[in-house]
Design a protein around this ligand. Structure first.
Ligand code: NAD
Length: 258
């Protein structure tokens, strides 16, 4: 499949995990990909792995609104537009304290990256897409944004807000033929979840990882990338304002196995 030939795609958090897999899939399907992350060396390594030509890697912190807007404007000018933004950069923070004990700085950091980072790219790219009368934005939320128990409360609240931002952005931009959707991954083996996997392996609990979903296994970044590229493609041309759990059935049942 070459669903993204002649399309310009921005992927944030592209240096690792789900973002790297999404960037790889977009490139394999013919897109010109702009890789964005704050980890410059890792970003360059991903750039070197991509098939096709014309891709670029830009070290930007998604919290930096002026830098994000300048980057988006430059990409739109250089390439004559932006077809897809995949808002995927995120942090988990590792704070599982009850709400009464939250570290407020940790809360602000998580919301800054996960929510404001997503909003900055949506805001800047949405203006160009509105002008062009076409575009697709796919946000990486989480099952943690759908219900509790899958992350700390700052992370969960930030991802619930990303889902709501997805819906409100879809309402703002739908009349301009700009679609906005989200994926909600379950447990995926990436840099973010390495501490979870390390802990489980060190404590002989690796066999339990992923059992809290109906498919009884954790997911792979490529399985999230498949959903992201579907929602970004014309195959999803009548889908907007939706969030798609890609979680092995984790959110399908209240009776979690395992
Ligand atoms: P990851 O840590 O492998 O990748 C996240 C990337 O985002 C990293 O390359 C990191 O450098 C980048 N990043 C973080 N803060 C940034 C910032 N301020 N500016 C620019 N880049 C920044 O983790 P991942 O699992 O691939 O996470 C990707 C997305 O998927 C995140 O939004 C995460 O919340 C979401 N998610 C992951 C899981 C999972 O189980 N791994 C589950 C649900 C949702």
């Amino acid at each position: 499949m070459k669903r993204f030939e002649k399309k310009v795609v921005i992927v944030t958090g592209a240096a690792s995990g789900i973002g790297r897999a999404a960037a790889t899939r977009f490139a394999d399907e013919g897109a010109t990909v702009v890789l964005v992350d704050r980890e410059e060396d890792a970003l360059q390594a991903v750039l070197g792995e991509l098939t096709g030509n014309g891709h670029e890697a830009v070290a930007v912190d998604v919290r930096d609104e002026p830098a994000v807007t300048a980057l988006v404007d430059r990409i739109a000018e250089t390439h004559g537009g932006i077809d897809v933004v995949c808002n995927n950069a995120g942090i988990a923070g590792g704070d599982y304290a009850p709400v009464t004990e939250n570290d407020l700085q940790n809360w602000r950091d998580i919301v800054d990256v996960n929510l404001f980072g997503t909003m900055h790219f949506t805001r800047a790219a949405g203006r160009h897409m509105r002008e062009a009368g076409a575009g697709a934005i796919v946000n990486t939320a989480s099952v943690a944004g759908v219900r509790s128990g899958a992350g700390g409360n700052a992370y969960s609240a930030s991802k619930a807000a990303v889902i709501n931002l997805t819906q409100t952005s879809a309402c703002d931009l739908g009349q301009y033929n700009v679609r906005v959707n989200a994926v909600c991954p379950g447990l995926i083996k990436t840099g973010m979840t390495k501490p979870v996997f390390d802990y489980a392996e060190a404590n002989d609990k690796a066999h339990k990882l992923g059992t809290r979903c109906e498919l009884r296994r954790f997911g792979r970044p490529e399985e999230i990338a498949a959903a992201i590229t579907f929602l970004a493609s014309d195959d999803a041309s009548y889908i907007t304002g939706q969030f798609l759990p890609v979680d092995g059935g984790n959110t399908a049942s209240l009776n979690m196995p395992g």
